[in-house]
Design a protein around this ligand. Structure first.
Ligand SMILES: [Zn+2]
Length: 93
């Protein structure tokens, strides 16, 4: 089966979706949920996976939570610190 290729903002070449990660982040950009790319084909589908309850999901969308796709390298740089507790997102709040 052919790999689904995606082009991520800021990247020049398309990468296989299976090598990417969907990330749900708070309005201030702090990652709270991370899914491997093959678990969802769209940001909306990834959001449903990350937040199954529709009322909670709608509230997140209203409040400015975001679902974005990250390459492995971007994930390492921008998302891992959130799960490691070393990011600056919440420290500033
Ligand atoms: Zn963070």
């Amino acid at each position: 089966m052919a790999d689904l290729l995606v082009r991520i903002d800021g990247a020049t070449d398309p990468v296989p979706l299976r090598d990417c990660f969907w990330v749900l982040a708070t309005p201030d950009g702090c990652a709270t949920v991370s899914l491997v790319g093959r678990e969802a084909a769209t940001a909306e589908a990834a959001h449903i996976q990350a937040t199954p309850r529709v009322l909670e999901r709608d509230r997140q969308t209203r409040d400015g939570w975001r679902v974005d796709l990250y390459s492995r390298d971007q994930w390492r740089e921008h998302v891992r610190p959130c799960f490691a507790g070393t990011c600056q997102h919440r420290a500033e709040a």
